[in-house]
Design a protein around this ligand. Structure first.
Ligand code: DAH
Length: 343
């Protein structure tokens, strides 16, 4: 009997060692079968029960239970240990090295037209201008009539217009915002710019687009003169191009201004010496401007004896093309990423 109990004791020691050495769930299961399973040494020992006295049967029964409990407890302990080990390995494997370089994210950029528009706006806002907007679908009355262009006036041929009805159209310039603002300001002085789209029945080519953008400017107040217009434009373009710019007025005609001028700026590239960009003239034609025609201010409810004003209208595409030496207006609208990414 002593021998049998000793054997169980030894077996338990052996089991404990074997369990301790198991390196995986599979190995542990094998060990478990080996020491607790149907064909284990333990079952063999327990088979000896049959030939024992009642007393010894009891002793072996107790020792057997004790063996089973202890070995099972060892297995449980090992299961937890292996579980912990697995989590540790997983964490080690999934650790993120925050010092590694990050993958490159591709970044969008602001369209060159919008960049120049925003720069222009910022410069004017700094000088006390408000930014106004008007609708793209406009009344004929504001686009033409109240700008001193009556129906059947030959000046309407200067701009070939998309009509919607006889009274409404796609605005052919941003100048109707002048009328809208004067009506809104009810005879009071003000300074505004108005950026926005304009539409003309042009065939698209390198310098024309049926839809394009303009920035309109209008200042109404006491004693406003051509000198103010020239000073203002010189300041704006000097800031916009980031270097000293000269300005030249050439006489011109617009129905809504008198006198009217075409404004040239000194060539951005050669500074006035003459180069291919300015066709060797030293000047670049950039915008139309003038003093607000008394007919226009009177129609919009202003006393033209009390207040004078200047106005200008500049093509945003043209301005951007000069600034970045772009030679085809269609580049702005074709979503060519190679082109866009340069800005
Ligand atoms: N509206 C004119 C055009 O689109 C440009 C223009 C000229 C606007 C003179 C003005 C101005 O405000 O005074 O051709």
């Amino acid at each position: 009997m002593e021998k049998i109990l000793k054997e169980l004791e030894n077996l338990q020691e052996e089991a404990k060692l074997a369990i301790g050495k198991a390196k995986s769930d599979v190995e542990l299961n094998d060990v478990k079968a080996q020491y607790l399973g149907k064909k284990s040494k333990y079952q063999e020992v327990m088979q000896l029960m049959r030939g024992l006295s009642v007393d010894d049967k009891k002793k072996l029964g107790m020792a057997g239970n004790d063996y089973k409990m202890k070995v099972e407890a060892e297995v449980e302990k090992k299961v937890l240990e292996l579980e912990k080990q697995k989590i540790k390995e997983k964490l080690a494997k999934e650790t993120i090295d925050v010092t590694l370089p990050a993958p490159k994210l591709s970044k969008g950029s602001i369209h060159p037209l919008m960049q120049v528009k925003e720069e222009f706006e910022d410069i004017c806002i700094e000088m006390g201008y408000e930014v106004e907007e008007g609708p793209d679908v406009e009344w004929d009355k504001y686009n033409f009539e109240m700008l001193n262009v009556p129906k059947d006036h030959p000046a309407r041929d200067m701009q070939d217009t998309f009509y919607i009805t006889s009274e409404t159209l796609l605005r052919s310039h941003t100048s109707p915002v002048q009328v809208r603002t004067m009506l809104k300001k009810k005879g009071k002085p003000f300074k505004i710019i108005c950026p926005g789209a304009a539409y003309r029945r042009d065939n698209d080519d390198a310098t024309h687009s049926h839809q394009f953008s303009q920035i309109e400017g209008l200042v109404v107040g006491k004693d406003i003169t051509m000198a103010d217009l020239k000073g203002t434009l010189t300041t704006i373009f000097t800031k916009l191009f980031g270097k000293e710019m000269n300005i030249r007025f050439r006489p011109s005609f617009f129905p809504f201004t008198e006198p009217s001028v075409e404004v040239d700026v000194s060539c951005y590239k050669c500074g006035g010496k003459g180069c291919p960009l300015c066709k060797h003239t030293g000047w670049i034609e950039l915008l139309g401007a003038g003093m607000v025609h008394p007919n226009v201010s009177e129609m919009a409810g202003y006393d033209s004896k009390k207040y004078t004003g200047f106005a200008f209208g500049v093509g945003l595409e043209r301005l951007t093309m000069v600034k970045y030496q772009i030679d085809d207006i269609r580049e702005f609208y074709t979503n060519n990423l190679k082109f866009m990414r340069q800005f």
